[in-house]
Design a protein around this ligand. Structure first.
Ligand code: SAH
Length: 318
């Protein structure tokens, strides 16, 4: 699960705001914890690779500070926060080492890794400042501590520390866009791999009559339940996968990864009513052909396809 989150943790390259962030599913640590902030200046081209490295060590994901005006060179800063414990020095050394290897690939300039001790409050405030509301399709996804609203937008409030699915990842965005345009009024919706519950909550807010969310990670199920409550919608969140659900759904959402989609394809199909819509995402362009074959073998055909940053989202129907 963690490796899944990490592999999906990519900063957005076209961010207009000064700061973007990528959250992981890790919860806040205990209040007395001491933190180290590690910061690495990096060229835009190297941000993604540096983020990937830091996200292996950081506790609550990574933050990317973008320059107000691009200056070229290492004008972005990638930051991660890690607990200052007995392993911290070794982790910093590992990160330095991995960054050194990256530089050898010649991926644009990468500056020196800087380490700074921060107290809890600083860290929490610094972290919160990196999480800004984001507009996707008909939705405005905002952190729970923000009161941002937008005319005509459907608000989803999520604590980004709780679970993957803050709406920042391209695959989540692609699914939210599908949830924006599909007719969900009075429909039954199944969300497989619900994570934070973001897609299930979005479906409920678009008028779905009944929304079931399943996840193999019990922590995700708990987070999805809490998030549904925060957002004032009812979702039936349960531990398990598509095979553990009965009945027929008008819309099935599945933001997983390619190999898992292939594995669960028959179960996704079995839950979909005829001429219902399956939204499948988390598919790398590389895995697309194999995933599509698995769906075609189940009698499904493509009605819509979206590709973004090497991620493909399909909408299929039976
Ligand atoms: N739906 C959210 C989260 C996607 S992350 C979003 O779109 O942002 C994928 C989630 O799928 C994770 O929470 C993971 O625990 C869960 N998962 C992985 N394999 C699964 C499987 N076979 N069945 C159900 N859930 C699974």
């Amino acid at each position: 699960m963690d490796s899944f989150v990490t592999s999906k943790a990519r900063p957005r390259k076209t961010e207009k705001r000064r700061i973007s962030s990528v959250a992981s599913k890790t919860r806040w640590a205990a209040a007395s914890t001491r933190w180290l902030e590690i910061g690495v200046p990096a060229h835009a081209e190297a941000v993604e690779a540096v983020s990937e490295i830091l996200s292996r060590y950081g506790h609550n994901g990574i933050a990317v500070e973008l320059p107000l005006a691009p200056r070229g060179g290492a004008d972005h800063t990638v930051k991660a926060y890690l607990v200052e414990d007995a392993d911290a020095a070794a982790k910093v050394a590992d990160a330095r080492d991995a960054l050194g290897h990256l530089q050898a690939f010649g991926l644009g300039p990468i500056g020196e890794l800087a380490v700074r001790a921060v107290d809890d409050e600083d860290w929490l405030e610094a972290w919160k400042a990196t999480v800004t509301p984001i507009h996707i399709g008909r939705f405005l996804v905002r952190p729970t501590w923000s009161d941002a609203t937008e005319e005509g937008a459907i608000t989803i409030a999520l604590d980004p520390g709780m679970a993957f699915g803050t709406g920042l990842h391209p695959t989540t965005q692609q699914c939210l866009e599908a949830v924006s345009y599909l007719d969900l009024e009075g429909m039954r919706v199944l969300d497989v791999g619900t994570g934070s519950g973001i897609l299930a909550i979005a479906a409920a807010k678009r008028g779905a009559r009944e929304v079931v969310g399943v996840d193999t990670d019990p922590l995700a199920v708990r987070a999805a339940k809490e998030n549904a409550q925060t957002n004032g919608v009812a979702i039936d969140a349960r531990a398990g996968s598509a095979a553990d659900v009965d009945g027929s759904f008008d819309v099935v959402l599945a933001n997983l990864v390619g190999p898992v989609l292939v594995q669960v394809a028959p179960h996704l199909r079995a839950r979909l009513r005829s001429s219902g819509s399956l939204v499948a995402a988390g598919i790398t362009t590389e895995a697309e052909r194999e995933v599509l074959s698995a769906f075609v073998a189940e009698g499904l055909g493509i009605v819509d396809r979206d590709e973004r940053s090497d991620w493909v989202r399909l909408v299929l129907t039976a």
